[in-house]
Structure formats: C-alpha cells, structure tokens
Ligand binder design. Structure first.
Ligand SMILES: [Zn+2]
Length: 208
C-alpha cells in the first residue's frame, strides 16, 4: 500500500481533470489520503467546492440514518407511476434474453410501488418468455428463469435493505445536501433511470 507521501507525488503528476474526477468520486479513498487530495486541489487553485463535495460524499450514513431514510423513501412518490398511494420499496428484478451465440441474464434493482412492481414483473416474464429461447443455453435456461421470476414474485423476495444501501452509497453527497422531500423523489427517479433497461418502458405490444 502506498504511503500518503507516495500518493502525493502521484497526484502531482496528474492532469487537473484527473484530480477533479478523483474528487468527484472519492468513495474508495483511504481516510488519510483525503487531506492529500484536498491539498492538491488547493495547490492547483481548482474549485474549492470539490473539497466540500469530498467531505459530504465520504460522510457515510449511520445505521440509524439509513433506517430513517427507509421511512422517508416509503413515503415518497413512486418513481414509475408518480403516485404515493402505496409504500415505495426497493425490489430486485430479473429477466433473460438470448441471441444465437449466448444468453443475457439481467438482475437489476428499482424502487417501485406494489402496482408498478407487478407490472414490471409481468414484463420480465414476457421478455424472458419471448426472448429467452433463442440460443442453445436459452432452450434449457428459459424455463428455469421463468420459474425463478415467478417464485421471486410469489414470495415477494424483497431486497429493500440492499437497494436502499446501494442507493445511499451512490448518492451520499446528494442525500447529505438534500433540503426538500422533492429532491428525494428526483434522486429515486434517477436511480431507477440508471438501473432500468430501455425496453422496460416500451409498451408490451411493441415486444411482440
Ligand atoms: Zn408505481
């Protein structure tokens, strides 16, 4: 493991944009390296906002804060249908598609209300049912995947805790800076957007 002095020498050799990129994603940095990065930002006269971003982004959420956030998320608008009639919870979705040479398995995480969760699962089943068979592996894999999606939906295999933690780790600074409930709505929306697959938003009949 490099010493802070060695890291400092490495930082000195980097371009400004590389230092800025590092500052925008400081999560993996060791605690003792953060002051080294801050010094480098100051030395180069880069935007000092980067330093406050690093502080917020590396200010990890405690267990109590995560529990409170879960409650807040439950009361948010559903990022898919934009209503808040039901609790918003993080779920795991899965589907499979095949192309002659191989099959493509996807597991992804979204926040949704119960209604939207059911709709997405139906689409997962449809996409897998229509698109799963078209490879040698798919012929055997599709029934297994269909069964797995069904079991997942019957037992509601929630992954709320996992999804919330994933959401927090990808948005720490944004959450630290959050001032209004609407900001949480839009963070949930962009989390879904990043995790979502384009064809999930296609009407069902365009898949046939
Ligand atoms: Zn919904």
């Amino acid at each position: 493991m490099l010493t802070p002095e060695e890291i400092k020498a490495n930082y000195a050799k980097m371009a400004d944009y590389e230092i800025e990129n590092l500052a925008k994603k400081p999560k993996g940095l060791r605690k003792e390296i953060i002051p080294v990065l801050n010094d480098e930002i100051i030395r180069r006269g880069l935007d000092l906002e980067l330093i406050s971003w690093i502080a917020d982004e590396t200010n990890e959420f405690s267990e109590t804060e995560i529990e409170k956030l879960k409650d807040k998320i439950e009361r948010c608008k559903c990022p898919k249908c934009e209503t808040n009639k039901e609790k918003i919870i993080g779920f795991e979705f899965q589907q499979m598609t095949s192309f002659i040479l191989g099959s493509y398995h996807e597991n992804y995480y979204l926040f949704a209300c119960t209604d939207c969760r059911k709709k997405i699962r139906r689409k997962n089943l449809l996409v897998t049912f229509l698109g799963g068979w078209w490879s040698v592996g798919g012929i055997f894999g599709t029934p297994v995947k269909l069964l797995s999606i069904l079991i997942n939906s019957i037992f509601g295999k929630r992954k709320n805790d996992f999804v919330v933690r994933d959401f927090v780790s990808k948005n720490t600074a944004f959450l630290r800076r959050m001032k209004t409930p609407e900001e949480l709505d839009s963070l949930l929306k962009s989390y879904n957007h990043e995790n979502s697959k384009e064809y999930l938003d296609m009407p069902e009949d365009s898949l046939m």
